[in-house]
Design a protein around this ligand. Structure first.
Ligand code: F6P
Length: 341
């Protein structure tokens, strides 16, 4: 069988580990042949490919990013986008496709599966917001990077008696903020799922200063103040219609200064959370997902996404996997609230 592989959406640590596992099992165990599609859906849409064999995946296990490149190209936005993909796959003699991506990339995969394309999905995103999988690879790495940043900010905040706000990624899910804030001992964690009161945040800040500690406020880029609208730097949308987030951290710091008179600063971690080598957890998860994805292809189990449930890798329908986002539930947030203030 000739199998195409693509990586779509925002990159994340572990993508190369998936590609490596697929090829390292697919060639010797099943005798499959591989072709890489460049830059997400742009590859099959515009016929941009690269060779993919055992030699080309040597040494990439620990490398962040993706050797295939990635993009947020949306075939739904192109005239005859899906039909062009089908035509190009047929012309290249590609029998099956493995799409590694988040909700947007897998949403396209789901549609192609409905049209009869032989496709299997692999979930990835640092945001950990994909339903039907307990964790996505990339998340653990992002949390570790954010936690290390929070650890470092504690000492400088204390030296200067400042409130330090850390803005982390996650889009509309607060997983990175919740986990890094818990691990880093944040004074308060703000997540998109639960609109926050800036007055309450300032109370926590003041109480932390009263105990001679400097507060660290971890804010998810999609967090929303009860007193206003979502704060965003600009209104531009990506090809899948998502607004570019960031700006809330700066807003929170300004409000803290105005309302408490204490000095406050913001660190926006941004793409640092997505770059560099994956943690051991993400390398193992990505490798296992890759191994199971190529087995699903070999068995012709089309329209499925491989997923982590407990400690097992199982298969779920792409429709189920992309139906809803996985958000932080209030009980998980309540656990963290014990440590606020
Ligand atoms: O979905 C992953 C993610 O890193 C989000 O956390 C973030 O909002 C978005 O991608 C940023 O996208 P871009 O790199 O296209 O600006």
């Amino acid at each position: 069988m000739k199998v195409g592989i693509l990586t779509g959406g925002g990159d994340c640590p572990g993508l190369n580990a998936v590609i490596r596992a697929i090829v390292r099992k697919g060639v010797p165990t099943y005798g499959h042949e591989f072709i890489g599609f460049r830059d997400g859906w742009r590859g099959p849409l515009e016929n941009v490919t690269m060779p993919l064999d055992i030699q080309s995946v040597r040494g990439i296990l620990t490398r962040g990013g993706t050797i295939l490149g990635s993009s947020r190209t949306n075939p739904f936005k192109e005239e005859d986008g899906l039909a062009r993909i089908q035509k190009n796959l047929a012309a290249l003699g590609v029998d099956a496709l493995i799409a590694i991506g988040g909700e947007d990339t897998l949403g396209v995969a789901k549609k192609l599966a409905e049209l009869g394309v032989q496709i299997v999905g692999v979930p990835k995103t640092i945001d950990n917001d994909l339903n039907a999988t307990d964790y996505t690879f990339g998340f653990d790495t992002a949390v570790n990077i954010a936690t290390e940043a929070i650890d470092r900010l504690h000492t400088t905040a204390e030296s200067h008696h400042r409130a330090l706000v850390v803005e982390v990624m996650g889009r509309h899910a607060g997983w990175i903020a919740l986990h890094s804030g818990l691990a880093g001992g944040a004074s308060v964690i703000l997540i998109p799922e639960i609109p926050f009161s800036i007055a309450k945040v300032c109370e926590y800040v003041e109480s932390r200063f009263r105990t001679n500690y400097a507060p660290i406020i971890v804010v998810s880029e999609g967090a929303i103040p009860q007193e206003g609208d979502m704060v965003v730097k600009d209104q531009s949308l990506d090809a899948f219609g998502h607004v570019r987030l960031s700006g809330i951290g700066e807003w929170v710091a300004q409000q803290i200064e105005i309302r408490t008179g204490k000095e406050a600063r913001t660190s926006v971690l941004g793409h640092i959370q997505r770059g560099g080598t994956p943690t051991a957890f993400d390398r193992v998860l990505a490798t296992r997902l890759g191994l199971h994805a190529i087995t699903a292809v070999h068995e012709g189990d089309w329209g499925k996404m491989v997923s982590l449930q407990g400690t097992q890798i199982v298969r779920v329908g792409l429709a189920e996997a992309t139906a809803n986002l996985k958000l932080v539930d209030p009980q998980r947030y309540a656990e963290a609230e014990v440590f606020f203030g």
